[in-house]
Design a binder for this molecule. Structure first.
Ligand code: NAP
Length: 202
């Protein structure tokens, strides 16, 4: 992937790793659009990076994804890179019968169905670009699961598998497929995890 001159959409680009990627690509001379649910968090990032654009998106909502894809490609017809970065981690105690131990539906919908649906919605547009890329952010926990985060780890293993198949299906198109497997980074993902429940990992 050529690292400059692109128009890049980054989900979850207002915080953590997404913000880091957004600022790095912005500094390299790319047009960057960040998308997530919290407008105030997106605004802080765009204010700190003049020229960066933002759009609200809840990747858990399939209808919102379709409408968003139509809107963003009409506002930014040069869009040629999608970074599927948005994700949630909620620890789960599988022995607990409490309703608030984890939220497997939210993790599967956000971490797996979200990237699958957004990719599907944007692929017709990306395939028309002279050069395009889809970058999926998985995790080392997709390869070696964290016992206190079983569903999160499973979603990342599934995203890894989906990314491999996507790469093969798109090999005769201008769309390159890249998997980013970040190392541990202290972000809101971890803060939220700590705020919920410390689950013993044995
Ligand atoms: N931190 C690590 O050590 C680590 C390691 C490996 C992989 N990762 C992966 O890296 C990615 C970024 O995580 P992070 O560590 O940077 O955590 P983070 O700061 O919490 O970032 C997650 C981002 O996803 C967005 N998001 C969550 N649910 C969303 C939804 N339904 N719709 C749209 N956006 C949503 C959040 O924004 P809103 O809340 O405003 O929507 C937030 O900006 C995740 O996929 C994570 O699994 C992290």
């Amino acid at each position: 992937m050529i690292l400059t001159g692109n128009t890049i959409l980054i989900t979850g680009g207002g915080s953590g790793i997404g913000r880091g990627l957004a600022e790095a690509f912005h500094a390299l001379g790319n047009k960057v659009i960040i998308a997530a649910r919290r407008q105030n968090v997106l605004d802080k990032t765009t204010e700190a990076n003049p020229g960066m654009a933002s759009a609200v998106l809840d990747i858990e909502d399939p209808a919102a994804i379709r409408a968003f894809a139509a809107r963003i490609t009409s506002q930014h017809p040069a869009l040629n890179v999608l970074i599927n970065n948005a994700g949630v981690l909620k620890p789960e105690n599988l022995k607990s019968h409490e309703k608030d131990s984890g939220d497997p539906e939210a993790m599967v919908t956000t971490n797996l169905l979200g990237p699958i649906r957004l990719t599907a919605a944007l692929l017709p547009h990306l395939q028309k670009q002279p050069a395009a890329a889809i970058l999926n952010v998985s995790s080392g926990l997709g390869f070696v699961p964290l016992p206190s985060a079983p569903t999160y780890s499973a979603t990342k293993a599934a995203l890894h598998s989906y990314t491999l198949a996507l790469r093969v299906q798109l090999r005769d198109t201008p769309v390159q497929v890249v998997e980013i497997i970040p190392p541990y980074v202290q972000t809101e993902l971890e803060d939220r995890t700590r705020r919920t429940i410390p689950v013993p990992c044995r």
